[in-house]
Design a protein around this ligand. Structure first.
Ligand code: AMP
Ligand code: MG
Length: 419
């Protein structure tokens, strides 16, 4: 039996990212960048007005005061989307202002925008153009957005290994990016095993139970960036199991099984994996729940995870083994657990690392606390409905007093924080 850290290391070193593919930006949300994406435009691309107002040369307003306002003739209107008009340079035909709207280009010889609320406009009279009265000096650059203040042409907008969220698409679109190279979505085949499983209804024959793992996995895998290619069930029968595995290995990057992996007479999965030529990377890890977890490589390269059948063993197996594996297949960085203080003593589980259904919250002073929920048995699903995280109780440290710091992971990965 290996430790959890040893198992994780085997996953991290043994799994290479899948091939990449190119997708249009419009279809890229939720995909993982396969390489760094650079800006194809400088953003802003040109000096433009940050406010509605009048664009002028700041130096023309240096003497402006309420008692002695500066009057500038208004040459016309510059709207967003138009090209900047040519205006006389310094020493030319005299200073002018242009009415300008937010986002419209600032002419090359002008350098400041006075907001519309801070001027008085005087209408045209006797062949004189309209003018604006400015009663305070402006600084060069005031209310102007300059080229490259947001992104520079060629600079990295999004690094490799980032799951693209809406805000990434906002930045990429602004930077002129139309397609992106992303990791292929791992194709996952799900095989729930057990002669007791039913898939419908509440009218169950004696000894039969509903398959809770299949719906869980079908719902969870897409959240982890994987595509579910098949979901199927096998009875506890060596031949059936072997034939199913062989078939699934051909169509999937990852085969996920539940049940039949521990030490019972009908736990037939390890033998079936060996029989089809699978190489077992590890079987049994010093954890609870889910100790009998099995990881193998199948002929043709597909990965296999055999999770024990108890629903909580499946949840732990998914969170602490399959999620890291799927992240590695997509080139996503490993997650980092976050600390929280336990308010109650925590019982150690000897040489096993214990993954506990837990509830974390932040108190009024900003301290994060975690509470292990009652009902930690691996068949109990109900406590999971009250949990918002997993608390990780390390192996080999004995019982922990109240006030100890435990590492926690949210129930589902959160990739929204910048790396
Ligand atoms: P096993 O790992 O096959 O020995 O199963 C361990 C426990 O999990 C048994 O009580 C099974 O009935 C239960 N179990 C196995 N598969 C499922 C499933 N798909 N949904 C709910 N419970 C299951
Ligand atoms: Mg079983």
């Amino acid at each position: 039996m290996i430790s959890y850290e040893e198992a994780l290391e085997l996953l991290r070193t043994g799994i290479a990212p899948l091939a990449r593919r190119t997708v249009p930006l419009a279809a890229a949300a939720g995909e993982v960048t396969g390489s760094a994406i650079s800006a194809r435009l400088t953003v802003p691309g040109f000096a433009n007005a940050a406010m509605d107002g009048y664009v002028l040369r700041a130096s023309a307003t240096s003497t402006a005061s309420p008692a002695n306002p500066v009057h500038l003739p208004v040459a016309g209107l510059i709207a967003a989307g138009s090209a900047a008009p040519c205006t006389p340079g310094p020493g030319g035909a005299g200073d002018q202002a242009w009415e300008i709207l937010t986002g419209a280009p600032v002419p090359a010889t002008l350098d400041a925008v006075v907001p519309v609320e801070r001027v008085t406009r005087v209408g045209a009279t006797d062949g004189q153009p309209p003018s604006v009265m400015i009663s305070a000096p402006l600084q060069p650059g005031q209310n102007v957005r300059f080229p490259g203040e947001d992104f520079l042409l060629g600079s990295t907008v999004v690094a490799a290994g980032i799951r693209l969220a809406p805000h990434h698409l906002m930045a990429l679109a602004a930077c002129g990016v139309d397609e992106v190279s992303v990791a292929a979505r791992p194709r996952v085949a799900v095989l729930t095993t057990g002669g007791e499983l039913e898939h419908q209804g509440a009218n169950l024959a004696p000894g039969r139970i509903r398959d809770a793992n299949g719906p869980y996995l079908r719902a969870l895998l897409p959240l982890l960036g994987a595509g579910v290619v098949t979901t199927t069930t096998a009875a506890d029968d060596a031949t059936e199991l072997r034939d199913r595995l062989q078939l699934l290995a051909r169509t999937a990057d990852l085969v996920l099984t539940t049940g039949g992996v521990s030490a019972g007479r009908l736990d037939l999965l390890p033998a079936a994996v060996r029989e089809i030529g699978g190489e077992i990377v590890f079987h049994k890890v010093a954890i609870r729940p889910g100790k009998p977890v099995l990881h193998a490589r199948l002929p043709g390269g597909a990965l296999l995870f055999g999770l024990p059948g108890n629903p909580l063993a499946v949840a732990v197996g998914m969170r602490f083994f399959v999620t890291p594996a799927l992240r590695a297949l997509q080139g996503l960085a490993p997650e980092r657990p976050g600390p929280a203080e336990t308010l109650e003593p925590v019982r150690g589980r000897g040489n096993l690392r214990f993954f506990a259904k837990a509830l974390a919250d932040v108190d009024a002073a900003g301290r994060r606390h975690v509470r292990l929920l009652p009902g930690q048995e691996s068949f109990k699903i109900a406590p999971l409905l009250r949990a918002n995280c997993w608390a990780i109780v390390p192996e080999g440290t004995g019982d922990l007093p109240a006030g100890s710091v435990l590492q926690t992971l949210p129930l589902y990965p959160d990739d929204s924080a910048p790396p």
